[in-house]
Ligand binder design. Sequence first.
Ligand code: MG
Length: 254
Amino acid sequence: MKVLFFAILSIATFSCFMTQEKTKIIAHRGAWKNTNVPENSIAALQHAIALKCYGSEFDVHLSADSVPFVLHDHSIQGTYIEKTNASELSKIKLSNGETLPTLESYLLAGKNQNQTRLVLEIKTSQLGKSRSLALTKKCVELVNKMGVASITDYIAFDFDVCLEVKKLAPHAHVQYLNGDKTPEQLAAAGLDGFDYHFSVLQKHENWLADAHQRKLSTNAWTVNDEAVMQWLIDRKVDMITTNEPEKLIQLLNK
Ligand code: MG
């Protein structure tokens, strides 16, 4: 009887292990750090795809004449994206010689593959809520037009932007970034999950389990330290967003 009990226990433990999903890797602004290419460049996206990352994150702003561009900061080389027209912005070169990517050129580069998801961060406008919402509309329209909706996920710090994406694209996967909503609040709002700074999750340790119970996805940014990566893996976070995808690949394959 005892032998049978342990046999059943071992099978249960083994199948539990087999069905447990591995933490997924999101390259933060692409895989740029160890490849010496600019963050948010198309080259960084291509490196993330070559590494077989689950996702590659990038940031989007709206030009003065309403063309979305991929860049983290609000300005580049002294040029403020939101106050400059696309024709001027398209003259800007990144340090690797690439032209400052429009969202369209970026999505085109990520289009012909389905291994790495395109994790599109809609940046909060410094010119007001209406511009953030206008950018949201442009992003969803362009993602649909380019035929990449099935491989694109959305993240944003502005809660209203997250809600707007769900309104415009109800099937899109949307995670909130700002760390000030509980899993219960996110579920009630119809969002798909959170992408919170790891310190928020260390402070609210029950949020990971709570989110999983509510079938919300969990993601932590920007985790470059191995001990923090392991802390999150041990707590079964779904995704880790990192500048060090190579380090996380090694850790997950240990
Ligand atoms: Mg970002």
